[in-house]
Design a binder for this molecule. Structure first.
Ligand code: CTP
Ligand code: CA
Length: 235
C-alpha cells in the first residue's frame, strides 16, 4: 500500500467482492437489517482495481458511490446477494465475502403496511434462516463455479468457553473457505469505523496478523494472501 503504485499482481485476474449489509423486508416500509457500512468491501474493490484485477463489487445497501474501475451490482436482500454473487463468481479467480448478509428473513412479507392494534398487542415476527452464500460457493469442487480462492470475513467477540481465534478456526472449517479474515470486536465497534485490527487465517494452517491500520491497509493485506494462493495466470 502507501503512495507508490502497487504491483500489478492481480493483472489478468477476475475477482468478486461483496460489501454492505442486506435488508429483509417486513412490509412495504420496514426491513430487518444491520449496521454494515460497506467501507471494507469498497476498500477491497479499490485495492484490487489498483493491483490490476477485473473487479465485480456486489453491493448491498451501501450509500457509497461506485468505485472507479469496478463493475457494481446493487442488491438489497440476502437472496438477491446470493444470485448476484453466484452469477459473478462464474469463472472468477477469487471471491471475497466482505458483506454482512442478514442471517434471517421474515417468513412472510406483508404486502400492506403492518398496522398497530388498538389493544396494544404487538405482532409476532416469524423468521427463517437465509442461505449461507460463502458456504455454498466454498463447498463446490474447484472449477468454473468455484473460484480458486474463497475468502470470508468474521467479526468475533469470544465468550466464556472459547477465544476469538478458536471460534474463527471453527468457522473457517465450517464454511470451507480458503481464508478467513478475523476482526476481534470484543473491545468495541468496527462497523463504520475507519480502522481495523485483523488476523487472516488460512485453511492450510497459516495465520497472518495484519495489525492496526486502515481498511485500505487490511484490503491490501487480504489481496497479498489471495495472490499467494492463486495459480498461474492462464495464457
Ligand atoms: N455469509 C454468507 N452468507 C450468509 C451469512 C454469512 O456468505 N448467509 C458470509 C459473510 O459474508 C462472511 C462469513 O460468511 O464472509 C462469515 O459471516 P458470519 O456472520 O460471521 O457467519 P455466520 O455463519 O452467519 O455465523 P454467526 O452465527 O456467527 O453470524
Ligand atoms: Ca451471520
Amino acid at each position: 500500500s502507501g503512495d507508490a503504485a502497487p504491483a500489478q499482481d492481480l493483472a489478468g485476474r477476475r475477482v468478486v467482492v461483496s460489501a454492505g449489509g442486506t435488508r429483509e423486508p417486513l412490509d412495504p416500509v420496514r426491513f430487518l437489517g444491520n449496521r454494515s457500512s460497506g467501507l471494507q468491501g469498497w476498500a477491497l474493490a479499490r485495492a484490487a482495481v489498483a493491483r490490476g484485477a477485473s473487479v465485480t463489487l456486489v453491493a448491498a445497501n451501501a450509500t457509497l458511490p461506485d468505485p472507479a474501475g469496478a463493475r457494481v451490482v446493487r442488491v438489497e436482500t440476502t437472496a438477491q446477494l446470493r444470485e448476484a454473487v453466484l452469477a459473478a463468481a462464474e469463472g472468477a479467480d477469487a471471491l471475497v465475502m466482505a458483506a454482512a448478509p442478514a442471517d434471517f428473513r421474515p417468513t412472510e412479507v406483508s404486502t400492506a403496511k403492518i398496522k398497530k392494534a388498538d389493544d396494544g398487542a404487538a405482532p409476532p415476527i416469524a423468521l427463517v434462516q437465509n442461505p449461507d452464500i460463502l458456504r455454498e460457493v466454498a463447498a463446490r469442487p474447484v472449477g468454473p463455479t468455484r473460484p480458486g480462492v474463497v475468502v470470508g470475513f468474521a467479526a468475533e467477540t469470544g465468550d466464556a468457553h472459547a477465544g476469538v481465534l478458536d471460534l474463527a478456526r471453527a468457522k473457517l472449517t465450517r464454511k470451507g473457505c480458503d481464508l478467513l479474515v478475523v476482526n476481534d470486536v470484543s473491545g468495541g465497534a468496527v462497523f463504520g469505523s475507519p480502522d481495523n485490527d485483523a488476523v487472516v487465517l488460512a485453511a492450510d494452517g497459516a495465520a497472518v496478523e495484519v495489525g492496526h491500520g486502515s481498511k485500505a491497509h487490511l484490503a491490501h493485506a487480504v489481496w497479498d494472501q489471495v495472490a499467494l494462493r492463486l495459480g498461474p495466470v492462464p495464457p
